[in-house]
Design a protein around this ligand. Structure first.
Ligand code: PEP
Length: 249
């Protein structure tokens, strides 16, 4: 179901004490909002974060999972392990996973399939590289990322999908897509989904923007009609900044 969402991806930052301190600060400062608020701490702190937020409306989500059910996959985390500690939403396909850990569309399609079979909601990340945008290929790159990983899903599966459009050139670079660029791409994504499925699927999916969202630019980006919120990296590590971004929605 389409809703407003602000999610913080903490990546490989914050040790146990720092994670706890940030969660306490966020819980104390969380504004009264209808938006869903999520944070994705590192795996070793996930279970503690779930316990810390038991009475909070901040949801703890995972940054990644493996597609296999269990077995000899050293260093990996399964869907069941996430569910077992109370995590039922997972980021899949972040550009850092694609770039540094060789995650291809094919691997991501398998992860999405497993997550949905297990009842895990997927926050699927995708977006073009700088060269794609410069050469005018950004729409076709985004279309093929969606098609390869998601378009074999059933219409009903889409109620468990959140999309996060994250142009790679804007992640952690301080360079943000303009609100107009974000809106243009989000509208294109909705049109592409509507052509592959129908309007009820495309109009009901939440599409977040990610890439150097900060307190100073969040409101304008979030004001665009096809932008349903944000996936926030760096700014989600500072409670005042993350809260300001939540307030912007
Ligand atoms: C991200 O990594 O998903 C992200 C959007 O990072 P940042 O906000 O730091 O650009």
């Amino acid at each position: 179901m389409r809703s407003k969402i602000v999610a913080g991806n903490w990546k490989m930052n914050k040790n146990m004490e720092e994670t706890e301190a940030l969660l306490i600060e966020l819980s104390a400062k969380l504004p009264d909002t209808k938006a869903e608020v999520m944070v994705a701490p590192t795996f070793v702190n996930l279970a503690a974060a779930v316990r810390n937020l038991e009475t909070s409306r901040i949801e703890v989500i995972a940054q990644n999972m493996h597609f296999a059910e269990s077995g000899a996959y050293t260093g990996e985390i399964s869907a069941d392990m996430l569910l077992n500690i109370g995590v039922d939403t997972c980021i899949i396909g972040h550009s850092e996973r694609r770039a540094y850990f060789g995650e291809t569309d094919e691997i991501l399609a398998k992860k999405v399939k497993t997550a949905l079979e297990k009842g895990i909601r997927v926050m699927f990340c995708f977006g073009e590289e700088l060269e794609d945008r410069k050469s005018g290929n950004h729409f076709s790159v985004v279309e093929s990322q969606l098609k390869n990983a998601l378009f074999s899903l059933e219409s009903s599966d889409w109620s468990k999908i959140i999309l996060a459009y994250e142009p790679v050139w804007a992640i952690g670079t301080g360079e943000t897509a303009s609100p107009e660029q974000a809106q243009e791409m989000h509208a294109f994504i909705r049109k592409t989904i509507s052509e592959a499925y129908d309007g009820s699927v495309s109009n009901n999916v939440s599409i977040l923007y990610g890439g150097s969202v900060k307190p100073g630019n969040a409101e304008e980006i979030f004001s665009k009609p096809d932008v349903d919120g944000g996936l926030i990296g760096g700014a989600s590590l500072v409670s005042d900044d993350f809260v300001a971004i939540i307030n912007a929605i």
